[in-house]
Every structure is written in structure tokens, then in C-alpha cells.
Design a protein around this ligand. Structure first.
Ligand code: UDP
Ligand code: MG
Length: 317
């Protein structure tokens, strides 16, 4: 019998968790009589009663396993911890807020079993319920990153996906500290089929992603999967050298012909401002890559575990 591992990352999800478990169990009983299940709840340093809720579920259901972090390490770290702990033949990643409908899971499982796919991904075709400004920047981000990176990022792709053991093992080999999963899933390759669905709003609680957090996450994606910004800043630098060279020749000739009346102070100030702006911008780009490298070479653990269903404290990468 196949076993499916359901990995759920939870950060302050005390309200959503019981609802998620109920719905997931309903789907499991209805559609999955022929499949074994395990749940891995990753408590990402929640400040509310999430851990208590998880322990409650564990008491009544031995399928429930959990990993509790020593603090909030972020969703990427939580997903990685879940993937490391999963023991199933097929592994799925889900949010606790029911924005990833469990009802799609049977269809995903059938595709993977019968049609030879290694991974079934899901993507939202609408972004209803989301602030328009957020959708707008999301769209720009996907356009940009797909131009800049060889690794394909699908617009609207969720982290909700069902993968084979083989693909998960491949992902686990990527031990980088700055994790951008959408890119990592794409990077490892394998045969992926996309299922589309309409956006669902979260059942309870509120989103943990502020605009600023999303912006930083976007930069993460770009620096992790593209070096194009470095090329752009080099090209701009070169272009400016060329322009200044032409200007120098122009000024020399003009001085030779018309003499040297002192003028051009305002234009000079504008030029200085502009050029130093470009310099700082380029320096910032280089700084981004440098800082990511800095964090990477420290080899800090991606997450630190405080407690699991087995009780013991363990520290793992
Ligand atoms: N999450 C997490 N750690 C964090 C932030 C979020 O584990 O630091 C989890 C959260 O509990 C939820 C999932 O990631 O299960 C998606 O978060 P959310 O619903 O807030 O994001 P959105 O759906 O609005 O993009
Ligand atoms: Mg959500």
C-alpha cells in the first residue's frame, strides 16, 4: 500500500488547524481507502496555541507527527524540515489555511500513479480576494524573473504539490540556506503537470506575508536563480563610460572653437546626482549577492528543532 506524507507548515494557525485536519480527514476517508497517510505538522515557532492544537490531534490520531522549531524560521525552512522527516512514497506540501484544497489531492494522486508524472503542481488562475496592488507586483515579478533566469517560474504556482519520493530526495540534496522553493522545484527538473484552480480565501486567521516580506522574498528568488542584475549593472556602467567619452570630445572641440565661457553649473549638478545614483544602485546589486554569499558560507542550520512527536530534542540541519 502506498503512503502519502502530508506536510503542513504552521505559523500561528490555532484557528485554522482543526478546520484543516477535519477537511483533510474527510477527503482521506472518502477518496483514499487504498492509501496510507501520515501528517507532518511543522510548528514554525508559533506564538499562539498552535503547538497545543497539534498535540491534541496527535493524542487522538497516531498518523499525526510533528516538528516544533525553537523559533520562527520561515515557511521555506518549515517545508524543508517536513520534507526531511517525511517517510511516505508520495509527499505533498500544504498550507494550514485550506487555501490548498485537499479535494484536489485524489486527482493529483491519480495523475502521478497512472500518467507517469513525477510531480503535480497547482497554480491559481485567479487572484481574487487579494489586494490589486499585490497582484500587480506579483505579475511584474514573474515577468522579470522569467526573463532573467533559465529556471522557469510559473506565475500563480502554489507550494501545494504532490511529489514522488525520488523528486523529494533530489530536493533534499539542495541544502542551500537561502531557499526559494519555487525555483528549487523547477531546478531539479522531473516531469511536472500543472493543475489549475480558482483562488480560495483562507478559512481563519490572517496572512503572514506583509508586502515588505514578499518584496524581500522576491529579491531572494532573483539573487538565488539569476545573475542578470550583475550583467545589467555592468552594461549600464559601460554605457555611461561611452557617453562620458563622447561628451569629453564634444567639450574639447567646443572649447577650441568658442573659447571657455564658464557655464553649465546646473547641468553638472544633475549629472553628478544621476551618475552617483547609478553607482549606488549597482553597488546595491553587488551587495545583495555578497550578502547572500555571506549567509551561505556560514553554513548555519536551516532550522533548529525543539521538540517532535517522539519527544526528544534534536538539532538537525
Ligand atoms: N507560514 C509558516 N511560517 C511563516 C509564515 C507562514 O510556516 O513564517 C505558513 C502559514 O502558517 C501557512 C502557510 O505558511 O500555513 C502560508 O502562509 P499564509 O497563508 O500566511 O500565506 P498566503 O497564503 O497569504 O500567501
Ligand atoms: Mg494562505
Amino acid at each position: 500500500m502506498d503512503k502519502i506524507s502530508v506536510i503542513v507548515s504552521c505559523y500561528n494557525e490555532e484557528e485554522s488547524l482543526p478546520l484543516f485536519y477535519k477537511e483533510m480527514e474527510r477527503v482521506r476517508k472518502e477518496d483514499f481507502q487504498d492509501v496510507e497517510f501520515e501528517y507532518i505538522f511543522v510548528n514554525d515557532g508559533s506564538k499562539d496555541n498552535t503547538l497545543k492544537e497539534i498535540k491534541n490531534l496527535r493524542e487522538n490520531d497516531s498518523k499525526v507527527r510533528y516538528i516544533s522549531f525553537s523559533r520562527n524560521f520561515g515557511k521555506e525552512a518549515a517545508m524543508f524540515a517536513g520534507l526531511e522527516a517525511a517517510e511516505g512514497d508520495y509527499i505533498t506540501l500544504m498550507d494550514a489555511d485550506l487555501q490548498d484544497p485537499p479535494s484536489l489531492l485524489r486527482q493529483m494522486y491519480d495523475y502521478i500513479k497512472n500518467d507517469g508524472y513525477d510531480c503535480i503542481g497547482t497554480r491559481r488562475v485567479t487572484r481574487k480576494g487579494e489586494p490589486p496592488i499585490r497582484s500587480f507586483f506579483a505579475r511584474i515579478f514573474y515577468k522579470l524573473i522569467n526573463k532573467m533566469s533559465k529556471v522557469e517560474m510559473v506565475d500563480g504556482a502554489r507550494d501545494y504539490r504532490l511529489m514522488t519520493r525520488q523528486m523529494v530526495d533530489a530536493i533534499l540534496q539542495l541544502k542551500e540556506y537561502n531557499r526559494y522553493s519555487k525555483g528549487l522545484f523547477s531546478f531539479v527538473g522531473f516531469n511536472t503537470k500543472w493543475i489549475e484552480y480558482e483562488n480560495v480565501e483562507r478559512v481563519a486567521g490572517e496572512t503572514k506575508w506583509s508586502f515588505w516580506k514578499l518584496f524581500k522574498y522576491a529579491i531572494e528568488g532573483i539573487t538565488a536563480f539569476s545573475t542578470t542584475p550583475l550583467i545589467i549593472s555592468s552594461v549600464i556602467g559601460l554605457l555611461f563610460c561611452l557617453i562620458s567619452f563622447l561628451l569629453i570630445i564634444f567639450i574639447i572641440i567646443r572649447t577650441l572653437i568658442y573659447g571657455d565661457p564658464t557655464s553649465g553649473w546646473p547641468s553638472m549638478v544633475c549629472i553628478i546626482f544621476f551618475v552617483s545614483g547609478v553607482q549606488l544602485f549597482s553597488l546595491g546589486i553587488i551587495g545583495q549577492y555578497l550578502s547572500k554569499t555571506y549567509l551561505e558560507v556560514k553554513h548555519r542550520p536551516i532550522y533548529i528543532v525543539k521538540e517532535t512527536e517522539k519527544g526528544e530534542t534534536m538539532i538537525k540541519k
